[in-house]
Write a protein that binds this ligand. Structure first.
Ligand SMILES: [Zn+2]
Length: 100
């Protein structure tokens, strides 16, 4: 992720990074923040502000119902079926970089 940001920044200093982290991605924001501090030392990202946006899980069922998902294994609230298609919540990406 640091490498990705440096590539985008193209040698400019990065002021802030906005990341989208889906609630189903398995990433814990606290851990990401901790890792961010450790990983950005001596890089263009050092001292940059990390902004984390959480994306709630969302799934679509074969019956057509859309529902919030807390886990991959939640049943459909409309028909009780399992195996919902995850439509949101798996994100793990850099959405925005603010450079000097
Ligand atoms: Zn359903």
């Amino acid at each position: 992720m640091v490498e990705l940001c440096e590539k985008y920044a193209d040698g400019r200093k990065i002021l802030s990074v906005t990341m989208e982290i889906g609630e189903l991605s398995g990433m814990i924001p606290d851990a990401v923040e901790f890792c961010f501090d450790a990983c950005t030392r001596d890089t263009l990202l050092e001292g940059a502000r990390l902004i984390i946006e959480r994306i709630p899980g969302q799934g679509r069922c074969v019956c057509g119902a859309e529902s919030p998902l807390n886990t991959f294994y939640d049943p459909c609230p409309a028909c009780g079926g399992f195996g919902l298609t995850v439509t949101a919540g798996e994100e793990l990406r850099v959405r925005e970089l603010e450079v000097e």
